[in-house]
Design a protein around this ligand. Structure first.
Ligand code: SAM
Ligand code: SF4
Length: 464
């Protein structure tokens, strides 16, 4: 794709809006209509707390209308921290002598996956550094995806593997698609070209255009669920958000569909990186909440992912403002999952990519969501039924998805409660399921009752 026009983005940053204009835009969001970049810029320019409250209320409304109370759970799996690039903010940078390097074998990847299956995880985000040749990357990533899908714990399997890995050739992407990946995720890091060149000083990643083209190549290879995002803290966050929205407009025009998910990672301290401890463009938590809410309103049907980079209290707030997927008990080191071992605290490990703030276990995360009335979901039915890309968006927009997804989410929650949850969590979860049953129509209730009874009889993994 063509580079994002920085001058145009800057012109959006000058925009201010009256209260009347903001009210008008928020009225439009109630009809779940996509916003223009200019409208999003107006929302981002808001500072008054009264108007911010209106934005938050609108974001909660859109979140609840499109996604119901579901929050999808996933866990990252780091497979290698060898990297040829030197991103100044990353613990895996090739010039970082402090990092202890590790590339997991396929057997080790399978074993790590089995540890995660044993805890109840069903969706994995596979993450890796970049190796020296495109073929080497592809062979390793494809083998790793297969190893993850081959893992088995008492009949439990991973349902969906998303990947966050280096750009590949068209044929490489095709092989990844054939291996059965869900989303291909790649962060542009910064859409500000000068900053990009300053922070990516070596390796294939030093070319910003190559990074942008990765999305096009993924689409051309038939991967229609892609995930994008900026790494916040490298440049003015407002520039990044508006440039990303322009990127989305481009994708919609070129491929008929925007990204499946957006991530908004904020930079965290990383071993050996002075830059990551003092990013050039830090910003306040209140601004972070605002940008998540504005994204929810700008692209109502695009999932928003919130990783454990953010602290527990912040994530608990953000699930109300638009976040639709959260990770739990993440380890950002290859081989970081240990079976029943306390070991060195994760944030002290030198092989980690960065520090993790939300350290809750999956059970604790599920509990926290249940207490807020959310349905933690382990579902991957859309991907398994080929409801991806444009088809997914058609379902999502017709409202059909909500009904199906609530049933699927409740079924996966019940399975989690039966098979993995601590006893005190079960009661909380079962009463939430009872509460949501009352919200289903007759046909929906019939399906849920049938699947629920089947779970009690030992049947697993049913979905619509
Ligand atoms: N190596 C591949 C790449 O860079 O695209 C994929 C994996 S990389 C480990 C995943 C993402 O981690 C990067 O795209 C970057 O946004 C993020 N990241 C790197 N350093 C970070 C830091 N110090 N704090 C938070 N996120 C960071
Ligand atoms: Fe390598 Fe990715 Fe880290 Fe850059 S962000 S050094 S490419 S692992």
């Amino acid at each position: 794709m063509k580079r994002i026009d920085g001058i145009k983005v800057n012109s959006f940053l000058e925009i201010k809006a009256s209260e009347k204009e903001i009210d008008g835009i928020l009225e439009k969001t109630k009809q779940l209509k996509r916003l223009s970049v200019e409208e999003s810029a107006k929302l981002l320019s808001v500072r008054s707390s009264a108007l911010l409250k209106k934005i938050y209320d609108a974001a909660s409304y859109v979140k609840n209308t499109v996604y119901g109370r579901r929050v999808v759970m996933f866990v990252p799996l780091y497979i290698s921290n060898f990297c040829v690039n030197s991103c100044l903010y990353c613990g895996f940078a090739s010039n970082n002598k402090l990092t202890v390097r590790k590339k997991l074998t396929f057997q080790e990847i399978k074993e790590q996956t089995e540890i995660l299956l044993k805890r109840g995880h069903k969706r994995i985000l596979m993450v890796a550094g970049e190796m020296s040749s495109s073929e080497e990357n592809t062979d390793y990533y494809v083998g790793a995806v297969k190893a993850i899908y081959s893992a088995d714990y008492k009949g439990n399997k991973i349902k969906r593997v998303n990947v966050n890995v280096a750009p590949m050739s068209l044929s490489g992407f095709k092989r990844l698609k054939e291996a059965g990946i869900g989303t291909y995720q790649i962060f542009q890091e910064t859409y500000h070209e000068e900053t990009y060149r300053k922070l990516h000083i070596a390796g294939a990643k030093s070319d910003p255009d190559n990074r942008l083209d990765a999305i096009d190549n993924a689409f051309k290879a038939g991967i229609d669920d892609v995930g994008i995002g900026p790494l916040l803290g490298l440049y003015d966050y407002r520039f990044e958000i508006l440039a990303m929205l322009m990127h989305i407009e481009y994708m919609e025009k070129a491929y008929g569909v925007g990204p499946h998910t957006i991530s908004v990672p904020r930079i965290e301290p990383a071993p050996g990186s002075a830059y990551a401890s003092a990013p050039e463009y830090p910003f306040a938590d209140e601004e972070f909440k605002k940008l998540v809410a504005v994204l929810r309103l700008s692209v109502p049907y695009t999932g928003i992912i919130m990783s454990t980079r953010e602290a527990a209290d912040m994530r608990d707030v953000l699930v109300n403002l638009g976040v639709s997927q959260v990770s739990a008990e993440s380890r950002v080191t290859p081989g970081g999952y240990e079976d029943n071992s306390v070991g060195i605290p994760h944030n002290d490990k030198l092989e980690r990519q960065f520090s993790v703030n939300d350290q809750r276990t999956l059970d604790e995360m599920v509990k926290s969501l249940l207490l807020q009335g959310f349905i933690p979901s382990f579902c991957a039915a859309c991907y398994r039924k080929n409801r991806t890309g444009e088809h997914f968006m058609d379902f999502a927009k017709s409202g059909e998805i909500k009904h199906m997804c609530d049933i699927n989410a409740l079924v996966t929650l019940k399975e989690y409660l039966e098979d993995f949850a601590k006893p005190e969590l079960k009661e909380l979860g079962y009463s939430l399921i009872e509460k949501y049953k009352t919200k289903l129509d007759k046909a929906g209730l019939r399906v849920l009752e049938k699947f629920s009874n089947n779970i009690s009889c030992g049947v697993r993994d049913e979905y619509i």
